[in-house]
Design a protein around this ligand. Structure first.
Ligand code: VGL
Ligand code: ZN
Length: 354
């Protein structure tokens, strides 16, 4: 910490100004070959404002200590987990084999990149989610007769309902549901992880979708966000900062897991070539949303350097800084301050330390 502070405090005024912070960002955010990532000055000054808590225009030693512990240290030494989503027989060669869906992806194509990452990347933790439905599950098209359809549903007669239709069930609670062929029925062959998928000896399995009345695309929460799985708790207990999400289906369970990971504050990386999906449009939309929410979409061969902290992406630095901002209590508005965080619209919420 000391050495870093001294190295970047070029003018030796015991504080880091915006120019010194710019040099720090340039040193911090580099690819594995040592080349700095391009960052615009707005991006850098937004980051600077987060850690210049007092808003006086320079980062004091005390402010730097927070920046070091909460941000720099984690960027240099992230704690990483891989979340392998639903690599189960039914999605590859069973009742919901995604090769029959619009994108024409082959589910088995996830196996090589996932296994290669498991073999070569030193993830700190390994998680495998399993879609795990009871036979009377709400998402199965053959079960549509079991529940009342709401008047506003696209189809109100169960006899008209087909696979992939999106219907509304009366409930209560009312629930919008896509209809799928029966899949991943608990204890069946289709629900087993694919036999060629490497299962890490310390890997943890997370079961989802076992409540007959609610579907669960994400490995964190059900689709109504009423109940959660054990995943978040396990990840927090391990102190993971970075989550690498991959598997099947990119635009359904992988995307939903990644969105929740971002929402929960984790630096989130969707591994594109280690995932296969259902609809091309939805896959692209998912990638765009991940990027706008300061997650990352990347390739399996880029993962090792990121996990080792040799390739450090500004996008993930920004995400972590936003999380830091949530836990900093900013001083109330000070009219004399040159860089007042309160003047920045979206920092406003922090006046009360929220
Ligand atoms: C999934 C549809 C239904 C998935 C699960 O794993 O992406 N898709 N249930
Ligand atoms: Zn399912």
């Amino acid at each position: 910490m000391e050495a870093c502070f001294t190295a970047f405090d070029k003018d030796e005024d015991q504080a880091i100004n915006i120019n010194e912070f710019t040099a720090l960002c340039k040193a911090l955010f580099r690819n594995e070959k040592g080349k700095p990532y391009k960052m615009d000055s707005q991006q850098i000054s937004d980051l600077f404002m987060i850690f210049n808590v007092s808003g006086d225009g320079s980062m004091s030693k005390q402010e730097f200590v927070y920046c070091w512990n909460g941000w720099i240290k984690k960027i240099v030494r992230p704690v990483s987990a891989i979340i392998v989503v639903d690599v189960q027989n039914d999605f590859i060669s069973g009742s919901l084999a995604i090769k029959n869906c619009q994108a024409g992806h082959q589910g088995e194509d996830v196996l090589e990149p996932i296994n290669r990452m498991l073999d070569t990347v030193p993830f700190d933790k390994h998680f495998y989610s399993l879609d795990w439905h009871p036979a009377n599950h709400i998402s199965f098209v053959d079960n549509v007769h079991m529940r009342k359809l709401a008047p506003e549903s696209s189809k109100t007669n169960p006899n008209d309902c087909q696979t992939y239709d999106v219907v509304v069930f009366e409930g209560p609670p009312k629930v919008t549901q896509a209809l799928w062929p029966a899949h991943c029925v608990q204890e069946s062959w289709g629900a087993e992880l694919h036999p060629d998928l490497k299962v890490h000896p310390q890997g943890k399995q997370v079961y989802k979708g076992s409540n007959p009345e609610v579907d669960s695309y994400s490995a964190f929460f059900d689709n109504n966000k009423i109940s959660k799985t054990v995943l978040e708790e396990m990840i927090r207990k391990e102190g993971c900062t970075d989550l690498y999400v991959c598997g099947i289906a990119t635009d359904v369970c992988v995307a939903s897991t990644a969105f929740h990971a971002i929402e929960l504050g984790f630096r989130t990386i969707l591994v594109e070539d280690a995932s296969r999906g259902i609809k091309l449009d939805d896959i692209q939309k998912a990638f765009e949303r991940i990027r706008t929410e300061h997650g990352l979409v990347c390739n399996s061969n880029e993962v090792k350097a990121m996990v080792q902290g040799r390739d450090r992406r500004p996008e993930l630095g920004v995400k972590l800084a936003h999380e830091c901002r949530k836990s900093i209590i900013y001083p109330l508005k000070n009219k004399n301050s040159k860089y007042n965080p309160v003047q920045n619209g979206d920092v406003n919420a922090n006046q009360n330390g929220v």
